[in-house]
Design a protein around this ligand. Structure first.
Ligand SMILES: [Zn+2]
Length: 459
């Protein structure tokens, strides 16, 4: 079984990549409520652009299988998932204690179809991981995913279930090490927390830091126990532009790729780091944002591209459409094709719009200091910690059945698999030793059991 870098089935010629794109035509109908900045409609706008730019025919277009309760429970607490499944706008009055307990109600409202929405966006990310694990594609894309703030038993920041953690757990069935990179303007706290004490996942988040949601992501926070130095935080200030951003992104990620050698990469492409975002305060252009995708694509490692934040929805659609083109290796026209949402894109009707003239509060000196400090952290990493696999745990499911078929719900193909890893039957040593109680016991258990499957070779 191939693991590690340079493992793309389509080879390393640098031009062609096989892309699986996950999209559910229903996703644009979910509605967080009047005035709420999170608008699933942006995925439908992105899809319309992809269709009219003629990009869909170059990809395997897949409708995600909805994640099942047991899939969600690989990371989330059973009672939290059960609550999400049952709660409706009509029943909230009887559930005030539970709503408070699970942080559902304000930023994360109860709306019609909430649980189906969670199943859909998580299903796309898990499905993408399965496709990558099988070598069916080089790049998997799920713009509905990337909801990085959700915790094991708590909603947060418009996120209910953490599709990223679930997708990474799936990738860990095949890959020894998975790299997570987050370019949303907000800290990727939910994913960092889930993998804070393991070296099997390295998390790297670039975000606005200082009096900004969610408040975590200090440069000094870098992992714990076996995970020490396997979490990286890049704190940034208002107005960062393309050049400043790449002056950190490329050297840091190059070093990470060199020393960590991940078998797969998950890139959360939150578009609230773009210039002019309704909630954000960075000044990136679409091309500057997409440069991160282009750069990660160049490493020839299986790549999962996910969405995330993004609240000026015309720019979100521009960005994710362009980045899909980058994934395919296609440079698309700046002039936008006529399509059903064209009126959103006036007066320019172009894919690219100029960033603003806002002040860049990130001085050269600050950026240099951050880069030096993080490269120093990386020099403390042992090279590529390894887990030896002898047997791969079963996949979650195979989404082939409805490939390029939007109406074929009854042919979903679930192999005989109960959604859980067999914890008991395989002998093996335990990889991680903890000095203190583990903050994410459930998730650690899942990783731990993946390790037990194969036995561990520690350095
Ligand atoms: Zn965000």
């Amino acid at each position: 079984m191939a693991t590690g870098g340079n493992s793309l089935p389509s080879g390393t010629d640098g031009s062609k990549r096989t892309v699986c794109y996950f999209y559910d035509p229903e996703v644009g109908n979910y509605y967080y409520g009047q005035g709420h900045p999170m608008k699933p409609h942006r995925m439908r706008m992105t899809h319309a652009l992809l269709a009219h730019y003629g990009l869909l025919q170059h990809m395997h277009v897949m409708k995600p299988n909805p994640a099942r309760e047991k899939d969600l429970c690989r990371f989330h607490a059973d009672d939290y998932v059960s609550f999400l499944r049952r709660i409706t706008p009509e029943s909230t009055q009887d559930q005030l204690r539970q709503l408070k307990r699970f942080n559902v109600g304000e930023d994360c409202p109860v709306f019609d179809g909430l649980y189906n929405f969670c199943q859909t966006y998580a299903g796309g990310s898990i499905g993408g991981a399965v496709k990558l694990n099988h070598g069916h594609c080089d790049i998997a894309v799920n713009w509905a995913g990337g909801l990085h703030h959700a915790k094991k038993c708590e909603a947060s920041g418009f996120c209910y279930v953490n599709d990223i953690v679930l997708a990474i757990l799936e990738l860990l069935k095949t890959h020894e090490r998975v790299l997570y990179i987050d370019i949303d303007i907000h800290h990727g706290d939910g994913v960092e927390e889930a993998f804070y004490v393991t070296d099997r996942v390295m998390t790297v988040s670039f975000h606005k830091f200082g009096d900004y949601f969610p408040g975590t992501g200090d440069i000094l926070d870098n992992g714990y126990g076996a995970g020490k130095y396997y979490a990286l935080n890049v704190p940034l200030d208002d107005g960062i532009d393309d050049e400043s951003y790449q002056s950190l992104f490329k050297p840091i990620i190059s070093k990470v790729m060199e020393v960590y050698r991940p078998g797969a990469v998950v890139l959360q492409c939150g578009a609230d780091s773009l210039s002019g975002d309704r909630l954000g305060c960075f000044n990136l252009s679409v091309k500057g944002h997409a440069e991160c995708v282009r750069f990660m694509r160049s490493f020839n490692v299986p790549l999962l591209l996910l969405g995330g934040g993004g609240y000026t929805i015309r720019n979100v659609a521009r960005c994710w459409c362009y980045e899909t083109g980058v994934a395919l290796g296609v440079e698309i026209d700046d002039k936008m094709p006529e399509h059903e949402y064209i009126e959103y894109f006036g007066p320019e009707y172009t894919l690219h719009v100029a960033p603003s003239n806002m002040e860049n509060k990130n001085s050269r000196e600050m950026l240099d200091e951050i880069r030096i400090s993080l490269l120093d952290n990386l020099s403390k990493l042992q090279h590529a910690p390894s887990v030896q696999f002898q047997e791969r745990p079963p996949d979650t499911y195979f989404p082939e059945a409805n490939e390029e078929d939007e109406d074929n719900k009854d042919e979903r193909n679930y192999p005989e698999y109960d959604g859980n890893i067999d914890y008991e039957s395989k002998p093996g040593r335990v990889k991680m030793e903890f000095l203190e109680p583990v903050p994410n016991d459930k998730n650690e258990e899942a990783i731990d059991q993946l390790s037990k499957k194969g036995g561990v070779d520690s350095h």
